[in-house]
Design a protein around this ligand. Structure first.
Ligand SMILES: Cc1cc2nc3c(=O)[nH]c(=O)nc-3n(C[C@H](O)[C@H](O)[C@H](O)COP(=O)(O)OP(=O)(O)OC[C@H]3O[C@@H](n4cnc5c(N)ncnc54)[C@H](O)[C@@H]3O)c2cc1C
Ligand code: SF4
Length: 345
């Protein structure tokens, strides 16, 4: 087994796949389109992660270092794969750099794209400066600057977090739940309350999906210890009266219209299919599922199988996933790749 395994995408899933393979003595070529490894948690500057509470730069930074330090892993940054020909045991990948890689199998870990809130214009992003996204708030916290209103750098006294922005929204063609944003939003709400104890934080929701054990750690803790307020509502629009943002909608528990002023409104953005997926589907010759994520075979037998033999997929490339699950899938897809090479020998 001298040919390397090609891993595409250097986020949590790809880092886990590459590390597992290298730890088992297998050579890896890791292709990443950006100029650094780490995926969304590093590239988008996440702060403290759910559920570990570790800073992203430490937790995912540690995974990056492990890969960068490995002699078994050949990292190609600022690179993409333009074509993958061949079969299991003998793939040839043409890279954007002009190089070619001869690989025994491929693991796609190409991740997701954050929902762009300008696609939900009635909720004020792109029109009002103090309407921001969860990613922006993560960056405010991780940079050490703290949570401030972008328009004038003031400390907000009232913050509204709107859930399901770009998720569970049939009107804009995004039917899926992004899985993690309820917990991430509760976490951010607690961070804001900790930094700014006088700030009132409201979370507007359709349903709360702090799944599994996260219910205690985020949903109840945010209310009972941090006094975050939850309002079940349908939001119609976010406007401005010149001084403050105005959130208008309906409180769906009491069935009354609501019009409430805030200093800052935060969109809990969801996870879209990677904008590259059409191109990736062609260059790797793998199917997409109906929402546009990379299709993963519904099989307990071969974890991470795609529509093409010898090409596996892991993490949020397949749909919204948490970091924990992306890492687990990266490792599992790496094992599937090894098994399939072994079977063709
Ligand atoms: C606001 C927000 C906060 C979040 N916070 C948390 C949290 O606290 N805890 C948690 O568990 N999850 C969180 N998530 C989810 C988390 O971001 C994902 O679970 C995780 O990033 C998935 O890892 P991945 O490796 O599958 O994909 P990604 O992190 O998206 O990594 C994919 C990598 O592939 C690269 N790539 C993309 N296309 C190509 C291409 N064509 N060629 C080569 N390389 C390519 C990308 O540049 C990237 O480096 C959050 C999500 C959002 C939206
Ligand atoms: S996790 Fe919560 S905020 Fe995210 S899409 Fe699902 S229900 Fe909406």
């Amino acid at each position: 087994m001298t040919k390397p395994i090609l891993v595409v995408g250097g986020g949590p899933a790809g880092l886990a796949a590459a590390h597992s393979l290298s730890a088992l003595g297998k050579k890896v070529v890791l292709v990443e389109k950006e100029d650094k490894l780490g995926g969304a948690p590093i590239l988008s500057g996440y702060a403290k992660l759910v559920p570990s509470g570790e800073w992203a730069k430490d937790a995912i930074g540690g995974m990056v270092k492990r890969v960068e330090d490995s002699k078994m892993i050949d990292v190609r940054l600022s690179t993409t794969v333009s074509e993958l020909s061949g079969d299991t045991g003998n793939f040839t990948a043409k890279l954007s750099s002009g190089d070619e890689v001869n690989a025994a199998a491929t693991v796609m870990c190409t991740g997701f794209t954050h929902f762009d809130s300008v696609n939900k214009p009635e909720w004020g992003f792109g029109t009002h400066q103090d309407v921001v996204t969860t990613t922006q708030v993560e960056q405010m916290i991780s940079s050490g600057k703290g949570v401030r209103c972008p328009s004038d750098d003031r400390k907000p006294k009232r913050v509204a977090i709107l859930l399901c922005v770009g998720s569970r929204d049939r009107q804009i063609g995004r039917e899926w739940c992004s899985k993690i944003c309820c917990s991430v939003s509760a976490n951010i709400a607690m961070e804001i309350r900790e930094e700014l104890p006088d700030c009132h934080v409201y979370i507007y929701y359709m349903d709360i999906r702090t799944f599994g054990l996260l219910e205690t750690k985020y949903y109840w803790k945010s209310q009972e210890e941090f006094k975050v307020k939850y309002i079940k509502a349908r939001i119609a629009e976010v406007t401005s009266n010149g001084e403050q943002l105005i959130v208008k909608g309906e409180d769906t528990l009491v069935k009354r219209p609501i019009t409430i002023p805030f200093d800052m409104v935060v969109h809990a953005v969801g996870m879209d299919p990677n904008v590259d997926n059409r191109v990736l589907s062609e260059s790797f010759d793998v199917d997409l599922e109906p929402h546009g994520f990379i299709d993963r075979a519904d099989s307990y037998g071969v974890v991470g199988a795609t529509s093409r033999d010898g090409v596996f997929v892991a993490g949020s490339a397949t749909g919204p996933e948490t970091i924990d699950d992306s890492i687990a899938q990266g490792k599992a897809a790496a094992m599937s790749a090894l098994e399939c090479i072994q079977a063709t020998k």
